[in-house]
Ligand binder design. Structure first.
Ligand SMILES: [Mg+2]
Length: 286
């Protein structure tokens, strides 16, 4: 693509349900739509929406960078995602296979949410844990598992909230074969082999991949690599996904509550993988 014109628009949308992330409540999503016009007059749009609490850059940072006329992606992975998705060939965007998705359960009344999502056809569910009392999380997981049919699986995500002893205590009390994996139980992935040996619950890396810009060396229990293109860039996430497959791990594309423009990029990326597992890209109703 030969780019003729670059423009951008700032957006801000209220979320229909506030989302609790790392102890802070998010009630709106702000970002920038990048509009690239090629020499044929085609307009292509990407979304740069840094996630507060997870992204290093802010929307103001991106706007300042664009105002300077710069497309420096270092330190701006959300902008890199927007640009790389917008400039991907149209032909490639039309090549896709169906993908599976998981349903995110978050906030009060998770059992009611589970039954609503189950009625929509979901069989894989994801529950955020780690920001309530440990006993609350244990009760919630046990209750959900009790309602699940044999074909259902549950993914857990603790966002590094626990110490190792808390994580092991939790894991021992909820362990169940229908738990697909838990993401980031503690902040130190070197502890997770011990967690797995104690609990038998498989693990997924997420924030750690962004921090070390790589997939950690294989260890017993590591099952999946969660990849957020808004925090990594589109092509970096794609490269890491194929590395994960080579390592025998499941690549799981995950949203940062992007709008439909960004989610379309995530769904496309997931559709390019030769190994299909459920992806976390159904957050458009939030
Ligand atoms: Mg996660």
């Amino acid at each position: 693509m030969t780019m003729k014109r670059l423009a951008w628009n700032r957006f801000s949308f209220s979320l229909s349900h506030p989302v609790q992330l790392r102890g802070q409540w998010l009630d709106c999503r702000e970002g920038i739509y990048l509009e690239l016009t090629d020499t044929y007059g085609h307009v292509r749009i990407g979304e740069a929406a840094p996630l507060p609490g997870f992204s290093q850059e802010t929307v103001d940072d991106i706007e300042a960078e664009l105002t300077r006329g710069s497309l420096n992606f270092k330190g701006f992975p959300s902008l890199q995602f927007a640009y790389e998705w917008a400039t991907l060939d149209f032909e490639k965007k039309s090549v896709r296979q169906p993908i599976q998705t998981n349903a995110l359960l978050m906030g009060p009344k998770t059992v009611e949410q589970f039954y609503r999502k189950k009625a929509q056809g979901f069989t894989c569910f994801k529950l955020k844990v780690g920001f309530q009392m440990l006993q609350h999380d244990i009760d919630q997981v046990k209750e959900l598992v009790a309602h699940m049919a044999p074909q259902h699986t549950l993914r857990l995500d603790a966002n590094q909230a626990w110490t190792l002893s808390e994580a092991i205590d939790f894991g021992k009390r909820v362990a169940h074969p229908q738990i697909d994996y838990i993401e980031e139980p503690t902040s130190c992935w070197e502890d997770w082999e011990h967690f797995y040996n104690e609990t038998g619950i498989p693990l997924a890396v997420d924030e750690t991949v962004v921090r070390i810009q790589a997939i950690p060396a294989l260890f017993p229990g590591l099952k999946a690599v969660v990849l957020k293109p808004t925090l990594l860039g589109f092509l970096c996430a794609q490269t890491l996904a194929f590395e994960a497959i080579q390592m025998g791990l499941h690549p799981v594309i995950s949203s940062c509550f992007e709008t439909e423009v960004g989610l379309e990029g995530l769904r496309y990326l997931a559709s390019t993988f030769p190994v299909q597992v459920p992806h976390g890209v159904t957050t458009c109703h939030w």
